[in-house]
Design a protein around this ligand. Structure first.
Ligand SMILES: Cc1cc2nc3c(=O)[nH]c(=O)nc-3n(C[C@H](O)[C@H](O)[C@H](O)COP(=O)(O)OP(=O)(O)OC[C@H]3O[C@@H](n4cnc5c(N)ncnc54)[C@H](O)[C@@H]3O)c2cc1C
Length: 403
């Protein structure tokens, strides 16, 4: 690859060899059948175990905590090769989000208890930030935690909680004090999901799948030892974690791999795209090149320690809008089979489904066609989660134009 150092080239070769040796057909299938940004839970955990055995489960963590200690460029190389090879991603809520927060703010006891279990997959995490009345205005959160001896007693609700039904731990923002500024008086708590009083209720997505949830807390007792950082100062931890949630996504390599795969699928089915679709696919390829150039520029800044300013917000907007665009093209390319899909088909009798998606069985010869409509529907959320794109535009407007 252009501009890559000899060490980077050697690293890329090492990653390729690892993927060739470790990626099973079942894991590749799970990668190909993804209907959202998440892979099937079991496949994702299996891949995490393989990465953990190699010492690669946590690319960005320091080596002393069991991480790979890779540079931003190495992480980008790994992600590019992973998506090209078709490996499923690892769930981000633990290793990418909770992990750095625990490393940054945790006590020695918290680090030695949580980090190894996060790496091994024994603990699977979900994120309890949003509430029914607190999304973009996150600091308006109301879930309460009242001190009782060495515990907090928590009451309230979190919503849109991805994978809460599979998670055994949640990192959670709670209100411990009513202060003048709403950002004050918030505490960052680590909650064992098996504690009595925690109830998870599914939210069925427009795709017919069950990925998000609402979680209710009824007098849930959480030890004070599970406060991350300081009581009433959780907003600092929350913001620190958000930088890890929004930053360092390899959008361009993911989209490049997806476009190559789509073209390959069309060629395999001898289904040449119509001239109009072919033109749009070419146009899309150019847009990915632009995104790639921007990502490389940001990587360069990270490597040199230059400030990245609003780059993360800009990448979130461009990356998610192009991801949505890709799902539109994929749906168009899938053609009439897409029309066979309707929520009732994938949810017979109104049942709530977990993935893998049974609809894939309807066209086992071309699962990409079956997942195209689901991926299209789920991707609508890309511009909403991790801070909506309108909020990212506000951030850019304030920082760059002083508005
Ligand atoms: C698929 C999915 C998964 C998610 N997973 C999680 C999770 O695991 N954990 C978690 O805590 N949360 C999760 N979320 C919640 C997500 O973070 C929120 O949906 C998001 O922050 C927006 O909040 P809201 O839904 O309350 O919308 P609102 O904040 O009510 O916004 C509604 C609309 O108004 C716009 N808007 C709001 N304020 C402004 C403003 N100041 N200027 C301009 N426009 C504005 C928004 O952009 C949006 O279009 C998830 C959401 C989705 C869709």
């Amino acid at each position: 690859m252009n501009g890559e150092s000899t060490q980077d080239e050697a690293f890329r070769e090492e990653v390729r060899a690892f993927l060739r040796a470790e990626l099973t057909p079942e894991l590749k299938k799970a990668g190909a059948r993804m209907t959202s940004v998440y892979a099937d839970h079991d496949a994702s955990m299996e891949w995490q175990r393989i990465l953990h055995a190699k010492g690669w489960a946590a690319p960005a963590w320091p080596v002393e905590y069991g991480g790979a200690g890779w540079s931003a460029r190495q992480r980008h190389i790994y992600e590019s090769e992973r998506v090209k090879a078709g490996a499923p991603p690892v769930s981000p809520m633990g290793i990418k989000m909770a992990g750095p927060a625990i490393i940054g703010f945790g006590t020695e006891e918290q680090k030695s208890f949580f980090l190894p279990r996060m790496l091994s997959g024994e603990h699977f995490w979900c994120q309890g930030y949003s509430e029914p009345q607190a999304g973009s205005d996150l600091a308006a959160l109301q879930m309460s935690a009242r001190r009782d001896g060495d515990d907090f007693i928590c009451n309230g609700s979190k919503i849109w909680t991805t994978h809460a039904s599979e998670a055994n731990w949640m990192f959670c923002l709670v209100r411990t004090t009513r202060a003048e500024r709403k950002q004050q008086g918030i505490t960052f708590l680590l909650i064992d999901m098996e504690t009595p009083g925690v109830e998870v209720q599914p939210i069925t997505m427009s795709s017919g799948e069950w990925i998000q949830n609402q979680v209710f807390f009824d007098n849930v007792r959480v030890p004070m030892a599970n406060v991350l950082g300081e009581v009433d100062r959780g907003w600092t931890v929350a913001k620190y974690l958000l930088d890890f949630e929004r930053g360092s996504s390899a959008y361009a390599p993911t989209l490049k791999a997806a476009l190559d795969r789509l073209r390959g699928n069309l060629a395999q089915a001898s289904a040449r795209p119509s001239p109009a679709l072919g033109y749009r696919l070419d146009e899309f390829a150019v847009q990915i090149e632009v995104l790639d150039a921007l990502e490389m520029e940001i990587l360069g800044k990270l490597a040199s320690g230059a400030p990245t300013g609003t780059d993360a917000s800009m990448m979130k907007i461009l990356g998610t809008e192009l991801e949505q665009r890709f799902t539109e093209l994929q749906l168009e390319a899938a053609g009439p089979i897409s029309r066979a899909w309707q929520p009732g088909v994938s949810a017979p009798g109104g049942e709530v489904l977990t993935y893998p998606v049974p609809i894939a069985d309807y066209c086992s010869d071309a699962p990409w066609k079956a997942v195209a409509p689901l991926r299209y529907l789920n991707e609508r959320a890309g511009t909403i989660y991790a801070g909506t794109n309108e909020i990212q535009r506000n951030i850019i407007a304030k920082a760059e134009f002083g508005l």
